[in-house]
Write a new protein. Structure first.
Length: 258
């Protein structure tokens, strides 16, 4: 059935293009609304310093084999020295657990995130399901397996339909995440129109968030770094490079006979 299916040309003007236009317009509105609702967050400088120190120590444990032994020991001494090491001399007070239900700033940020990201997707998704329910909008120009049917044919339960056809609801979600380059071209690289940007900011914030008891985190990282031994991975890299690189005389001989 997928090979014999022929779409009406009116679907292009009354289904495909309106969904693209509405998705792009909602992204532009989301960008400007997010700018209006944006508020500078208060950053604890001490928390940033501590979180970055833990990240540096973890990177030293994972990638220290690419440093010379002296450079590795210098960095290890900075963190783990018994008298002046960072993890030994830094003493922090355990921060009380924050309850988002009692913190007005956290509740406000959650409401702003829902207003600019979740609410538009719910409204536009409901409008598409109401106006274009069951429409086959377009077709991808390459064959796909049956595993792609639930992703590309939301709202259409037709087993005989080829997996490369795209429904109107799936076309909307493809546009939501596929217009990033257009948003970057129109609004610049640092824009709020991309819904995945909020997820990236949450991941970045989680990486920089310190545990409730920094002293326990420092102790655990000190123990992990203390038992880490150094094994230089680039010990004989020069010899390996010379053995794999053709000699200059070989190039001269080839050019001579060419």
């Amino acid at each position: 059935m997928g090979d014999d299916l022929l779409l009406d040309s009116s679907i292009r003007f009354w289904v495909v293009l309106p969904i693209v236009f509405v998705t792009f317009l909602v992204g532009i509105i989301r960008h400007h609304v997010a700018i209006l609702l944006h508020a500078d967050k208060k950053i604890d400088l001490q928390q940033v310093v501590d979180s970055q120190a833990l990240i540096r120590s973890r990177m030293l444990r994972e990638n220290g084999k690419y440093l010379p032994k002296q450079a590795f020991l210098m960095r290890k001494h900075y963190f783990n020295d018994e008298e002046s090491g960072f993890f030994k001399k830094q003493k922090r007070k355990a921060a009380p657990a924050k309850n988002p239900m009692t913190d007005p700033s956290m509740m406000t940020d959650m409401m702003k995130g829902n207003m600019t990201n979740v609410l538009p997707m719910i409204i536009i998704g409901g409008w598409i399901n109401w106006a274009f329910s069951g429409f086959v909008a377009t077709k991808v120009p390459f064959p796909l397996t049956l595993r792609f049917k639930p992703m590309l044919q939301r709202g259409i339960d037709l087993a005989s339909l080829d997996a490369s056809w795209v429904s109107s609801a799936s076309w909307y979600f493809l546009n939501v995440f596929g217009l990033r380059s257009v948003y970057t071209l129109v609004l610049g690289a640092d824009n709020e129109a991309d819904p995945s940007r909020a997820l990236q900011e949450q991941m970045t914030g989680a990486a920089m968030t310190m545990p409730q008891d920094p002293n326990k985190a420092f102790k655990a990282e000190w123990e992990s770094l203390e038992i880490t031994s150094h094994s230089y991975a680039l010990e004989s890299v020069e010899d390996e490079l010379l053995t794999q690189t053709p000699y200059i005389e070989d190039f001269c001989v080839k050019e001579k006979y060419q």
